[in-house]
Design a protein around this ligand. Structure first.
Ligand SMILES: Nc1ncnc2c1ncn2[C@@H]1O[C@H](COP(=O)(O)OP(=O)(O)O)[C@@H](O)[C@H]1O
Ligand SMILES: [Mg+2]
Length: 360
């Protein structure tokens, strides 16, 4: 959601100056999406000592700080001293904090928009919810006070690791939101499918980091992850008239983040394939996934009761990306083996890999 007001009528600015502001306004949505913040352009109303909100964009990647549109509203100096200061002096302000509508904490950054002569004609404002970061700072402060000196390093390390996973997840979500926006703009089904494949790969990777950020330990429960990937795919990829059920059985296996990410991507491709290719001529299907662990060797079997992939199928010989990616991930990231098993009905794929670190 965004909008731009008819500038020249409302402000005393020249045509040329309005064109510059409109140029910036055209990119407002993408700025809001990538920075995960509400973005505004304000112009000065000289007689009134106030600013007019002439353009706005709400982020598509996270909830906006505002329930309603602020377009056309007037900000008085008392309410928005920073905005007026920046409009009048042409100086940037970054890092000032305020309170959101929901009583959270937000950070406001303001930069001037200038014309070719260097005169400030508007300001670009970014407002971002930083409640989580502020809460985190408080928690760390508290923890530091109560933790014994010897344990402090460990506490700091675990907080940093958790924070990194959170940020990785967040960045991946922004990337998939941007791809989703691009997917909506294409009229080609083929291009939309390529975007959808990338979106689901990225979402599966984000699940791993979400899991690790929440669990607070360095290892992810692969069984839980596979369940999450499966339910995400069945809801996002199957068509409404398809009735596809997925079961995940077997033991819980814990893996470090790099292996867990590889497993999530592999399972993503295999389930995606079953949904896309196995049940073409039918409206019902089962996908069964089982995990077994024997002496630190993990085996994951993904099986569907669809039309089957053909007896002499070799992933290294296919020209499509999906199974090549699976082949590569199993070999290089898991140091494991991939095989297509004989099955009287449907497709049965097995991957086996060690969960101990190799010595080399
Ligand atoms: N579970 C399955 N059931 C039937 N056919 C499959 C299955 N998985 C893969 N295939 C076949 O193998 C081909 C290669 O798969 P893949 O490399 O993932 O490419 P894509 O899914 O993009 O077509 C598919 O196009 C499909 O014909
Ligand atoms: Mg595929």
């Amino acid at each position: 959601m965004n909008g731009v007001l008819d500038l020249c009528q409302l402000t005393g600015l020249s045509n040329e100056q309005c064109k510059i502001i409109l140029g910036v306004a055209q990119n407002l949505q993408i700025i809001a999406d990538i920075s995960q913040a509400d973005i505004f352009i304000d112009c000065l109303l000289e007689e009134e000592n106030a600013a007019l909100i002439v353009a706005e964009a709400k982020p598509a990647t996270i909830p906006s700080l505002y329930q309603n549109s602020l377009l056309g509203q007037i900000a008085l100096e008392d309410m928005e001293p920073g905005v007026l200061f920046s409009l009048k002096t042409g100086k940037s302000i970054s890092g000032s904090r305020g309170i959101t509508e929901e009583s959270g904490v937000m950070q406001q950054d303001i930069v001037p928009i200038k014309d070719l002569a260097g005169e400030t004609i508007a300001v670009l404002i970014k407002e971002k919810d930083i409640s989580r970061e502020v809460q985190q700072e408080k928690n760390i402060g508290k923890l530091m006070k109560t933790t014994e000196a010897d344990d402090k390093q460990d506490v700091i390390k675990s907080i940093i690791v958790q924070e990194i996973h959170h940020r990785v997840k967040n960045n991946l979500q922004v990337i998939s939101s941007l791809l989703r926006l691009q997917k909506r703009r294409t009229s080609s089904k083929e291009v939309a499918n390529v975007f959808q494949d990338s979106i689901s790969r990225i979402s599966s990777m984000a699940l791993v980091h979400d899991h690790l950020a929440q669990s607070g330990i360095g290892e992810a429960n692969v069984k839980t992850l596979i369940k999450q990937v499966a339910s995400l795919l069945v809801t996002s990829s199957s068509t409404p008239d398809q009735n596809i059920s997925v079961s995940v059985e077997g033991e819980s296996v814990f893996c470090p983040s790099d292996k867990a990410t590889a497993v999530a991507l592999i399972v993503n491709e295999l389930i995606q394939n079953s949904i896309k290719h196995a049940f073409l001529l039918r409206d019902e299907g089962n996908i069964d996934i089982t995990l077994t662990v024997r002496k630190q060797m993990v085996t994951i079997i993904v099986m569907d009761n669809g039309c089957g992939i053909g007896d002499s199928f070799l992933p290294s010989e296919t020209s499509s990306l999906g199974l090549q990616l699976v082949d590569m991930l199993v070999e290089e990231r898991l140091q494991g083996v991939l095989s297509f098993l004989q099955s009287d009905k449907g497709t049965k794929v097995s991957i086996t890999f060690p969960i101990i670190e190799s010595q080399d």
